[in-house]
Design a binder for this molecule. Structure first.
Ligand code: DX5
Ligand code: ZN
Length: 223
């Protein structure tokens, strides 16, 4: 059965002084993508668990946490326990990814695993059954508004083939530089969850942009 395209706008491009208002502007989205950065795994610092707890209390939109942090083994389960619907850790930072994914699922969240642009998927093919979502970064993590890296598309396709070949129910998320110009290439390569920060919050009408991106992606997704 073909999956529907899901749009997860990144609030990294929202107004941090008006987060509740900016969540309300993306109510038509499938998720709110929340970028957690610790200034160690990436050269930027954003928000942590207390703000995620406040977001969860302020909105019914499911929260998709993307943890760009060192030691996710220690910190990630807290986001799942707080009620985030999806919690994604970076494989480059995880000490025991299988145990971590199981802990996230046990705490009630979907478990996500992220790959930086130059991290190959091949060493991790055997653990895809332990996760609910694979996140393929199409920019170097750390900042919104960067240019999409086409060079990652062949890896995205290999990830999709690996998931389909194993008949796994694993979502394939793409994050970084996703816009009206790039979303079709991502969908054609097999992505089904699309993060977009600047493309949504930089638009005059974020709600309409979410609808347009979802329609563009759905049309381009292979049957
Ligand atoms: C980058 C973040 C992304 C980013 C996306 O490190 O993980 O979620 O905010 O922003 P855009 O869509 O502007 O590239
Ligand atoms: Zn992200």
């Amino acid at each position: 059965m073909p999956r529907a395209a899901q749009i997860s706008p990144s609030i990294l491009s929202a107004d941090f002084a008006r987060l509740a208002d900016d969540l309300a502007r993306i109510q038509g989205a499938d998720w709110a993508h929340v970028d957690i950065m610790d200034n160690h795994f990436v050269p930027n610092l954003t928000i942590g668990l207390p703000v995620v707890q406040a977001l969860l209390a302020a909105s019914d939109l499911p929260v998709d946490c993307h943890l760009m942090i060192e030691d996710p083994d220690r910190w990630a389960p807290g986001y799942a326990e707080a009620g985030a619907g999806s919690v994604t850790f970076h494989i480059e930072a995880a000490a025991a990814p299988i145990r971590l994914a199981r802990n996230l699922r046990a705490a009630g969240a979907r478990a996500g695993m992220a790959l930086k642009p130059a991290t190959p998927v091949e060493p991790y093919l055997d653990i895809l059954g332990e996760i609910d979502m694979l996140l393929v970064m199409t920019v170097e993590p750390g900042f919104g508004g960067q240019s999409f890296l086409d060079v990652v598309l062949p890896k995205l396709k290999r990830c999709s083939e690996a998931i389909r070949g194993r008949e796994l129910d694993v979502w394939l998320q793409v994050d970084g530089g996703v816009s009206a110009e790039t979303i079709e290439r991502c969908a054609e390569a097999g992505a089904d969850v699309f993060v977009a920060g600047s493309a949504v919050y930089g638009a005059d009408d974020p709600a309409r942009t979410i609808e347009a991106l979802r329609e563009q992606a759905s049309k381009a997704m292979p049957a």
